[in-house]
Write a protein that binds this ligand. Sequence first.
Ligand SMILES: Cc1ncc(COP(=O)(O)O)c(C=O)c1O
Length: 330
Amino acid sequence: MLVDLTVLTHQRVTRLHCDGDNLTMYDLPPLPCYLNGEFTLLPDAKISVMDRGFIFGDGVYEAVPVYLGRPFRFAQHMQRLARSLAELRLPNPLTGDQWQQLVADLSARYAQSVGADPQSLDQLVYIQITRGVAMRDHAMPAQCTPTVFAVSNRLSAPSPLQRSEGVACVSADDFRWEKAHIKSTSLLGAVFARQISVDAGVVETVMFRDNYLSEAASSNVWVVKDGVLMGPPRDNLKLEGIRYGLIEELCQALGLTLKLRPIHRDEVARADELLLSSATKEVLPITVLDDKPVGGGKPGPVYHALYAAYQAAKAQGVAQPVATFAPTSD
Ligand SMILES: Cc1ncc(COP(=O)(O)O)c(C=O)c1O
């Protein structure tokens, strides 16, 4: 029998997970976070049980990498957030400047909490907006105050071994819904998809819809054949990662041909190289798919070129001045 208990104490939330005879316990880490206009610590942040994010997954999110204190591709993250909010018919609760201040604040607070300088750490700032609190009714309530939540944590990057050897993935049918372009907190399909790879002991699940490549559970997927990089087209069946635009720019700078077009399962099976991309993975080679080597079974030249160009783009972003580092007062 599975039992999940949440024990609230005055200072922290302790979750007890009981799986048969095995009882494990963990505390939410005391990460600085933001909830509806106030800064607090993660264990102390509370929302209503009637929040539509909790009841319906009625919300959107973003995950913004912050390298050495500078948000990377921040404008693009904000544009995608605005697109997701518009799909949900939600007004943006903060202005661009307010989001920027919030991300700067949170990353400064996180750095402070671990006794480090923000300019010495890579972080990932998670932002979530839900429609807010209302009595349960599927229809969108006319008046609702959005719930705004954000938290920063250390960015966990692929290991040196994953970089040098590449990673293994499995494939599966894409059983998710047809609005995968919205960065929505309704993520049960992604949870199922990711678990397929966890159960197989690999890094990601590469998904196909009607035999055409869509994306992975939480990454985009790229195919290299004869020196040409290919990605599935932007449409409603996949999330346009922030790396779509970045990879377009990097290919242009590198003189690499990039084609966005439907990619059949057979082309993926015959690829010279396969790559994943996401905020945390950046670009990462898939060297084994469904227990078979991809191309030569090693990270290939297109990966190496893109990875180097990616690091250069990060370094360029880090070199730019940043508006503010200091936490504002509460
Ligand atoms: C389904 C899905 N596709 C693609 C991506 C990659 O997006 P990005 O490059 O913005 O991290 C993500 C990231 O979380 C994702 O969840």
